[in-house]
Ligand binder design. Structure first.
Ligand code: PHB
Length: 589
């Protein structure tokens, strides 16, 4: 039996809300944007227009280079009026989903909570990601996991060993099924409707312009390509595996095996090993790596069969209150219906993959009518689908809301805007640093200067002795005592502490008080104060500091005035790190 549509599932749930006379089609469709071609043309009367527009803004930003567009660029890309773009971006900025930098709008790490909601609900990255990573290590090749997304495939996990020679795809990237190895495997389960949808897409976009992650297709005979896809699908059904012999670009080869859900026998995701013809031909992949991939997949299937049921996490709290307060504060610039609508996506998550309307309303604190209209809007946009008669779930398309450009996060990238805001507030330069491998030095990984001339000339990459800097002290304090490098400490000024026992005692104190203040130990006249930045597990991964001439502030003033600001900045960085690090590895440099 075909799945019910959300609208059917919602029927009788609530008296129909009167049609919004302002409801209009996705403006991208009006502007002739090709990505809108697949969207159903008719917008349901109950769809929330500002929410549809917000989704369009997020999609256009996701497709843009670096996740950034100017406000006028966004106006052109969406076909929306400038005043509308201004209000949408102000609302998204308030939610922490984008950053406004002068005239530029940039996707912000917090937005990853939407994709995280989908990935957590799906559970596959949490259950299978470690096995995919281990296989990549063992083979020294890239390994990825992908799910079917209508007639495309979308990546949900990447263990990348990709050499510089070829494209490498990101979590959330969408590829056309027919140009990949997993595509024919998913197509073995396609319905007639899916094939029709695929043929319509091929006819409407023969060059693959609607796949921003891909270079345009070069082949001059699309019909032949399409026949070939049907043949490859038939072979995949017979073989239980499939190859990609340079369908995406010259040199790129892949072999894929489906991971089946043991309860239903259907394909849960497809595992891929990806290489380059300089290392393996496609046939070579099949002969040498397919057996290993198959046994890894067998382990993945066992994992799926034996995993305990998902523990439902707590739904996000107080969202509706927050949107109300923001409306009070920002007035016209804040579009409450957009903010409320977006919170609906975050109601889903681990152990919360299929929710009823009542559960969505309860989790978000929204009125049932509001939650219902948001669900109708999302179904129209292809982001939510009916799971059973009464429940809804997120689709892989939720990852198109900003996930790919944000999915290779680094700590310096995450920290920079927070360091800049901190420097702005305290009128001092601010820095982020990590510990060198030996623990003897700190290495600066981000820095925001002020115009004031400082005697220490520090740029990103600068290394300084850890024992004599506030950054170093905070980082050393997190190490177990036996791993602290305490011998052979250099005296840099008359004040430098070089006695191992004395330094060890200082580090223990730093650990308890949660900050380090260092006075003229690195350089005379220089005072600095630093706090730790912790990852999801509580480990100190970096330190943030501010430094100044001793005449600017007393040590007491540093603690009273700067420490709270530093702590606030560190916890903002940590909050971003938690969201960004949930399904991706955040590099510390
Ligand atoms: C990838 O993981 O980048 C990948 C997977 C399958 C393909 C091509 C690329 O066919």
């Amino acid at each position: 039996m075909p799945a019910k549509t959300t609208n059917e599932a919602l029927q009788g749930a609530e008296a129909a809300v009167p049609a919004d006379p302002a409801a209009a089609a996705d403006p991208a469709a009006a502007a002739g944007h090709p990505a809108a071609a697949a969207d159903p043309a008719v917008v349901p009367a109950e769809a929330v227009t500002p929410l549809l527009r917000g989704i369009t803004v997020l999609r256009r930003l996701s497709e843009a280079d670096g996740g950034t567009l100017s406000l006028s660029g966004l106006e052109r890309a969406t076909g929306l009026a400038r005043s509308t773009v201004d209000r949408i971006t102000a609302t998204l900025a308030r939610m922490g989903y984008v950053r406004l930098d002068g005239r530029d709008v940039t996707l912000a790490p917090r937005l990853m909570e939407l994709g995280n909601a989908y990935l957590a609900a799906l559970r596959l990255p949490a259950l299978l990601g470690a096995r995919a990573d281990a296989l990549a290590d063992e083979l020294d090749e890239s390994v990825s996991l992908a799910v079917g997304d209508r007639d495309g495939i979308r990546f949900i996990h990447q263990a990348t060993r990709r050499r510089a020679m070829s494209l490498s795809f990101r979590i959330g990237d969408l590829l056309p099924a027919e140009r990949t190895a997993p595509g024919p495997l998913f197509a073995t389960e396609w319905t007639d409707g899916d094939w029709r949808h695929w043929r319509a897409r091929r006819a409407a976009d023969p060059q693959d312009h609607t796949f921003p992650a891909l270079p345009p297709r070069r082949s001059s005979s699309p019909d032949e390509d399409d026949e070939d896809f049907a043949r490859r699908t038939a072979r995949a059904a017979a073989d239980g595996w499939a190859l990609d012999d340079q369908l995406i670009e010259p040199g790129l080869v892949a072999v894929s095996v489906p991971v089946r859900d043991p309860r239903t026998g259907r394909i849960a995701c497809v595992a891929n090993v990806v290489s380059h013809t300089s290392r393996h031909t496609a046939q070579g992949l099949r002969d040498t790596l397919l057996p290993r991939l198959r046994s890894a997949v067998a382990e993945m299937e066992r994992e799926l069969g034996t995993a305990p049921p998902a523990e439902p996490g707590a739904p996000p709290a107080g969202l509706a209150t927050w949107t109300g307060a923001s409306k009070q504060e920002l007035g016209r610039e804040f579009i409450e219906s957009l903010a409320r609508g977006l919170t609906v996506l975050t109601a889903f998550g681990e152990g919360r993959a299929a929710l009823t309307l009542t559960e969505v309303a309860k989790a978000t604190g929204l009125a049932r009518a509001t939650a219902r209209r948001a669900l109708i809007t999302y179904e129209h946009a292809g982001l939510v689908t009916a799971v059973s008669g009464r429940t809804f779930g997120l689709t892989p398309r939720v990852l198109s809301l900003g996930f790919p450009p944000l999915s290779r996060p680094s700590l310096p990238l995450i920290a920079r805007p927070h360091l800049a805001a901190l420097a702005d507030r305290v009128h001092e330069s601010t820095s982020l640093a990590v510990l060198s491998d030996t623990g003897e030095e700190v290495q600066y990984t981000a820095r925001v200067g002020t115009t004031r001339v400082m005697s220490v000339n520090i740029t990103v990459g600068t290394r300084l002795p850890a024992h004599a800097t506030s950054l170093g002290r905070v980082l050393l304090a997190d190490l177990p005592e036996h791993r602290r490098p305490l011998s052979g400490l250099r005296r840099l000024t008359p004040h430098t502490v070089t006695d191992p026992a004395a330094l060890n005692a200082l580090l223990t104190e730093v650990r308890t008080q949660g900050y380090a203040l260092v006075d003229e130990e690195l350089e005379e006249g220089l005072r600095s104060i630093a706090v730790p930045v912790r990852d999801r597990t509580g480990r100190v991964v970096a330190a943030v500091n501010t430094s100044m001439h001793v005449t600017r502030r007393t040590a007491r003033e540093c603690v009273d005035d700067l420490l709270p600001e530093l702590r606030a900045a560190a916890s903002r960085i940590e909050a971003d790190l938690r969201v960004a690090g949930r399904f991706t590895r955040v590099s510390t440099t």
